[in-house]
Design a protein around this ligand. Structure first.
Ligand SMILES: [Zn+2]
Length: 269
């Protein structure tokens, strides 16, 4: 009995080994097939793409903001009004910050990228978006000491797990020699979502909502700050942040965002 049991065990052992090897090879092949079947998709149009978040076609659809634009607000001009001329908006309602720059206009492709980063954990998009921002904000970054991301309220930060402005700021830090200081600017009271609010309501909603933490004021005092956010709509949020930073004695505050809303119905001046 014992003499017969031994070879049969060994045969079944071999069989099991062969089966496992087969299974391993099959799993490997299946994984490979899946990799081929499921390449990275363009975040905007869902077509396969190599490497980064958007395909060449969607990249071409992004409206990168280039001169001529308002030197103060960064709003693109239809024609060049000559050096130093400001937009109507900058003259009528000057912001607390010195200058604002944006990489792209906030259109469909830009919105898809912003939403993917903000709500779908696509942190892999931050390096490319940050690179475009660093290019658009070169002039600002050359004059800057620190980068400050616009903070989320802690409740929203908790549910969304990370701050998209922080992810963009860290990407810009890698593109420049300017360091991020995080957790310095804080949201001291919850604010409503700005979506659907009028310009006046937006300003009231965020008024006094931000504060530099008293124990971190030395990191802002006398520093040239570039405030980082994903989208600039009315500018109320970055304006409230700039006021808080200036109250903490920042030397000056500039603003760099990924996308800005551009009202195409308005003329340049
Ligand atoms: Zn695409």
């Amino acid at each position: 009995m014992g003499a017969e049991a031994s070879p049969s065990r060994s045969i079944s052992g071999h069989l099991r080994g062969a089966l496992n090897a087969c299974r391993g090879a099959w799993v490997h092949a299946a994984r490979l097939a899946l990799d081929i079947a499921l390449p990275t998709l363009c975040v905007a149009c869902r077509e396969p793409v190599d490497g980064e978040g958007v395909c060449a076609e969607c990249w071409a659809k992004l409206s990168f903001i280039a001169p001529p634009f308002c030197p103060r607000l960064g709003i693109p001009f239809v024609y060049d009004p000559g050096p130093g001329l400001l937009s109507m908006e900058a003259i009528a309602d000057p912001p607390a910050y010195a200058r604002a720059r944006a990489a792209v206009r906030y259109d469909d492709v830009a919105r898809t990228l912003v939403h993917a980063l903000k709500y779908h954990d696509r942190t892999d998009l931050a390096p490319a978006m940050g690179r475009w921002m660093a290019r658009a904000g070169r002039e600002l970054l050359d004059d800057a000491d620190v980068l400050v991301p616009v903070p989320l309220h802690w409740r929203r930060g908790w549910s969304r797990r990370y701050n998209q402005s922080g992810a963009l700021a860290r990407s810009i830090e890698r593109q420049s020699d300017v360091k991020v200081v995080s957790e310095v600017l804080r949201r001291v009271r919850p604010t409503q979502q700005q979506i659907g609010l009028s310009r006046m309501q937006r300003a009231t909603n965020v008024q006094g909502a931000f504060k530099v933490a008293p124990d971190r004021q030395s990191e802002i005092q006398g520093r040239r700050v570039v405030l980082i956010d994903d989208v600039l709509t009315s500018g109320a949020t970055v304006d409230a942040c700039a006021r808080a930073l200036l109250r903490a004695k920042a030397a000056h505050v500039d603003v760099l965002v990924f996308a800005r809303v551009v009202d195409t119905h308005k003329g340049p001046i």
